[in-house]
Design a protein around this ligand. Structure first.
Ligand SMILES: [Zn+2]
Length: 75
């Protein structure tokens, strides 16, 4: 008879894999736009914090939040 703990960890592993598969290919949005060497938001053109640009995020915090909010409203 299989150990209950083994069954549980097997199930958790399966759910983790499913979760990662669902979220691994989530679009990251646009790449940062460089204007005169300065990273700017691809949406509003505001200066982008270097940390966000380095992470490949092309939207400023405001535009990202706005985008995610709009995404939630969509059916
Ligand atoms: Zn922006």
């Amino acid at each position: 008879m299989p150990d209950l703990a083994d069954l549980a960890s097997e199930r958790i592993e399966r759910e983790e894999t499913a979760f990662l598969t669902r979220h691994a290919h989530r679009p990251q949005g646009p790449a940062p736009v460089y204007v005169g060497g300065v990273p700017t938001c691809a949406v509003c053109g505001d200066t982008l914090p270097a940390a966000r640009a380095d992470a490949g995020r092309g939207r400023c915090v405001w535009c990202q939040e706005h985008h995610e909010h709009m995404g939630r409203l969509r059916p």
